[in-house]
Design a protein around this ligand. Sequence first.
Ligand SMILES: [Zn+2]
Length: 292
Amino acid sequence: MISNGVVVVLTAALLVCATAARSELSPTANDGNSGKSFHSAIDVRAGNESSTAAAGSSALCRQTIDIPGGPYRIDVDTCETPDLTEWTKTTLAPVIRDWYPKLAELLPSEGFKPPEDILVRFSASLKGVAETSGTRIRCAAEWFRTNLKGEAAGSVVHELVHVVQQYGKARRANPDSIPSPGWLVEGIADYIRWFLYEPQSHGADIPWMRERKNLRLRYDAGYRITANFLDWVTTKYDKSIVQRLNAAMRQGKYREDIWKEHTGQSLPELGDEWKREVERQLAQPGNHENGL
Ligand SMILES: [Zn+2]
C-alpha cells in the first residue's frame, strides 16, 4: 500500500502520508537525486476509498466533535479499535476542536469554504501512519498505539491540513489546471504541524536536523525539510508565502514565479540561500537550542 516509489503530482483523491514516521527521512530514504524518492512518503492513488465501509453503528465508538460557534462537525470513529477510544476522547478531540478552525483560517482563498463534515476513522488493518481522501481521514491503529504519547495527535493535524487544502478539486473541475507539486503539498502540511501546532516538539527545525544523518537539504525534499524551508522563507521574506501558495494550488494555478514575485528571488535561489543558512547553523554548536 505505501511503497517506496513516489508519485508527486496530486491528481487523485487519496493521499497516503507517513507524516509522523521518524523513518521517513532516514538516511536510506534519501537518494539525493530527484526530490521524489522517499521512504513511505507520498503515494497518490486513484481513490476508491472505503473509509466508511466498516464504520459500524455503535454510538460508543463514534463521537462527534462540534466546534462551538462554527459550522464544523468532525466524527471520530474507533469502532474497529475500541482500545483507542479513550485516547481520542481525552487527547485527540480537544486538539481537533481547537485546531480545525485554526487550519481553516490559516489557509483561506477567495470563494473557498472549508469542508464542514469530516470523518476521522481508526483502522485496524491500515498500514503506515494515516491517509486522507477528500474529507475522510484514516489512521493506522497499529502505528497510533505506539505513538500516543508522541507524534500521534500531530499526525492527525497534518492530515486535517490536507482536508483543508482540497487541492484535488481544481483538477477534478478543470483537467487543464496545474497540478500541485507533491513536495509542497506535504511541506505545507508539515510546516503547519511542526512550526505552528507543535513547535515545542522541535520536529523539523535545526535541533531536529542536528539529530539526522545524511540530511538531503533540498527545498523540494518534502515533509519536514520543505517545512523548514517554508518557515525560513516565511520568516525572512514573506509572512504570507504559505497562504499565497495555498491559494494558487487550490485554484490549480501554481507557478514557480510566485516565489520570485513575492520574495524577489527565484525558487532555486531561495533554496540555495536557505541551504547555506541551515548548513551554517548546523555547523555551530547546538547547546543553546532546547538542550540539544
Ligand atoms: Zn501528508
